[in-house]
Design a binder for this molecule. Structure first.
Ligand SMILES: *[C@@H]1O[C@H](CO)[C@@H](O)[C@H](O)[C@H]1NC(C)=O
Ligand SMILES: *[C@@H]1O[C@H](CO)[C@@H](O)[C@H](O)[C@H]1NC(C)=O
Ligand SMILES: *[C@@H]1O[C@H](CO)[C@@H](O)[C@H](O)[C@H]1NC(C)=O
Ligand SMILES: *[C@@H]1O[C@H](CO)[C@@H](O)[C@H](O)[C@H]1NC(C)=O
Ligand SMILES: *[C@@H]1O[C@H](CO)[C@@H](O)[C@H](O)[C@H]1NC(C)=O
Length: 546
């Protein structure tokens, strides 16, 4: 299915190279200089040679930073007290946590393998008494600022709405159609996604419905699990242009109109043993407390697969060597060995050792960004080309330090020298990033983002959502019960076990043009200021001949 790019085309009806890259295995896109559509056999050979017996190409794609701690802590999911990180900006409502609120766990004892979703295992709106249900009286904390981009992502349909015809056009590249009708989820699958991306994405929808039963409106949407955005804005710009197809995926860029949605890794990435975000976030927090910033190695650290993108190979030139000290310590991730050795080298403690951590994109956005930002170290962000749902909330010199794309080594050396001579400021940046991740990207907000995005999206639909003819109903039991291994483990762990005690955060209003411009300008001017410092630094270094 993956080798029929010509037939499928891109959602924008635009073809050429772009379409090809969508369907090609990740490392074909760059690094080896081989045109993806030239020879699938050649590609397969390369895969065999490089990946060896390893099952996944995607393992190579992502640099991360595996943060798998000992399994001992993995199973403590049931005794959950609400450990709230109170942010002055986003205080959690003073809800009384009912300690003995009933838990609704998976019911796998019955024969679930046939796929029937038995009713009444989990409260629905009608089965909840009024006072058990979500009450919003106590909640009105505003959502984090990055929620405002929901309005921007849906703006292409703000005046026209979304017609069924537009939705059907998004089918071209979609992996599945998901419908929510009467609080039940129906999925019509079109084609397999890479690894379990689609599985854990759909799982996320199911958990959202468990968190907010009766609150998610009816809708139909198309979801594309491939990395690269495809709905090219230029194709829908003219006065007579059709409205763009609404297509959900994990990332976007400046040229495209794809609607960004939290990626699968928030519920777990089974193939590389990255556990669900909620427990990982706790471990990251504990890990940070182990070594304080000042005692960390005063260098910039990166570990990942350099071969997925040219820019990463370029980064490798900055590694410490006989000739150069660019203040970078760079390592190639050996996924094959690490999977054999139980990901010991990917332990959390070994990932937050350095004062600086580099984030560099692979073939598109990378799920590693949140793990890197969570480290308390200063994130050195090599100029990215893609965004995901939360990264547009990050500010240069506040949450991260920008690194130039085309002169990486000098940029890194400057950043590290700057930080080591401005220890307090550097620590503040590291802390602001990990606070952002801990507070504004906690799982509650991931669900709230989904809630608001889907709610706003559904308001735009110009048709009545229906159960797709070829769809099957899906629920947590039909997904989790037949599974084993990490799939089952992560699903059990990320299962929402009772409805939310309070309503979702309050959606911030859209940017008006002036404030939108202000945000963009502020980011640019900070980046420009840093660039100017850097130029000054280098001209001084050049003069002193070092
Ligand atoms: C569960 O259902 C499947 C399919 O109908 C059947 O083959 C299997 O024997 C059943 N298992 C049990 C324990 O009933
Ligand atoms: C709270 O709930 C009521 C009733 O469902 C609704 O009318 C009101 O808009 C909600 N308030 C907020 C802030 O969401
Ligand atoms: C938030 O709560 C305060 C105090 O209860 C109330 O005055 C205000 O209207 C609420 N705002 C929203 C958006 O619900
Ligand atoms: C970078 O240099 C270090 C120290 O010499 C070395 O251990 C490491 O393997 C190098 N990284 C790469 C990707 O070559
Ligand atoms: C410093 O020297 C390097 C190498 O000659 C050069 O590439 C760079 O542009 C110079 N930078 C400044 C700011 O003069």
């Amino acid at each position: 299915m993956r080798n029929s790019p010509a037939k499928n085309g891109s959602a924008g009806g635009n073809s050429g190279n772009f379409t090809d890259t969508i369907w090609s295995p990740p490392f074909v896109k760059s690094g080896f200089g081989i045109s993806p559509n030239r020879s699938y056999a050649l590609v397969s050979l390369i895969i065999l040679l490089i990946v060896g017996a390893f099952i996944s190409t995607r393992l190579l794609l992502d640099p991360t930073v595996l943060i798998e701690k000992q399994a001992a802590t993995a199973t403590t999911t049931t005794t959950k007290t609400q450990t709230d990180t109170i942010s002055p900006k986003y205080p959690r409502p003073k809800t009384v946590i009912t300690q003995n609120q009933p838990e609704f766990t998976l019911h796998c004892s019955a024969n679930e393998t046939t796929g029937a979703c038995t009713r009444n295992k989990y409260p629905t709106m009608t089965s909840l008494r009024e006072d058990d249900t979500i009450t919003n009286h106590s909640t009105n904390a505003t959502c984090p600022d990055y929620f405002r981009w929901i309005h921007e992502d849906l703006r292409p349909w703000a005046s026209t709405g979304i017609t069924r015809e537009a939705l059907e056009r998004a089918k071209k590249t979609a992996n599945f159609r998901l419908a929510i009708v009467g609080g039940k989820v129906y999925v019509e699958k079109f084609q397999d996604a890479f690894q379990t991306r689609d599985v854990f994405t759909i799982w996320g929808f199911l958990q959202l419905l468990r968190k907010y039963p009766g609150k998610i409106p009816d809708l139909e949407l198309m979801f594309d699990c491939v990395d690269w955005p495809v709905v090219r804005a230029a194709n829908f710009a003219g006065a007579n242009a059709p409205s763009p197809p609404p297509l959900f995926r994990y990332c976007g860029n400046e040229e495209t109109l794809d609607i960004v949605f939290p990626d699968w890794s928030f519920w777990g990435w089974a193939e590389v043993n990255i556990k669900p975000w909620e427990s990982l976030l706790k471990e990251l927090k504990e890990g940070n407390q182990r070594t304080n910033w000042v005692n960390r190695e005063p260098y910039a650290y990166w570990k990942g697969n350099p071969f997925v993108a040219e820019t990463r190979q370029d980064l490798m030139k900055c590694n410490v060597s006989e000739e150069h000290e660019w203040n970078a310590r760079l390592y190639a991730q050996d996924w094959i060995r690490e999977s054999k050795e139980g990901y010991k080298q990917s332990d959390l403690a070994s990932q937050c050792h350095h004062r600086y951590k580099i984030y560099i994109e692979g073939s598109a956005w990378s799920v590693s960004e949140k793990y890197i930002l969570a480290c308390d170290s200063v994130t050195l962000l090599v100029k990215p080309h893609y965004y995901d749902f939360f990264t547009r909330g990050l500010l240069p010199a506040h949450h991260y330090w920008p690194v130039r794309e085309h002169d990486k080594c000098r940029s890194i050396k400057f950043a590290v020298d700057w930080g080591n001579s401005h220890i307090q400021k550097a620590q503040d940046i590291g802390k602001a990033a990990s606070d952002f991740i801990q507070q504004e990207l906690k799982m509650d907000y991931v669900y709230d983002y989904m809630y608001h995005l889907l709610t706003e999206y559904s308001k735009l639909l110009q048709f009545k959502p229906e159960i797709p003819r070829n769809a099957i109903e899906i629920c947590s039991e039909t997904m989790a019960c037949p599974r084993s291994g990490n799939d089952r483990k992560f699903m059990t762990e990320s299962l929402v076990k009772h409805p939310a005690e309070s309503g979702p955060c309050a959606m911030p209003p859209p940017y008006d043009p002036a404030s939108f411009y202000e945000v963009v300008k502020r980011k640019q001017s900070t980046a420009t200021r840093i660039l100017r410092w850097e130029m000054k630094y280098w001209s001084k270094q050049n003069q002193t001949g070092s």
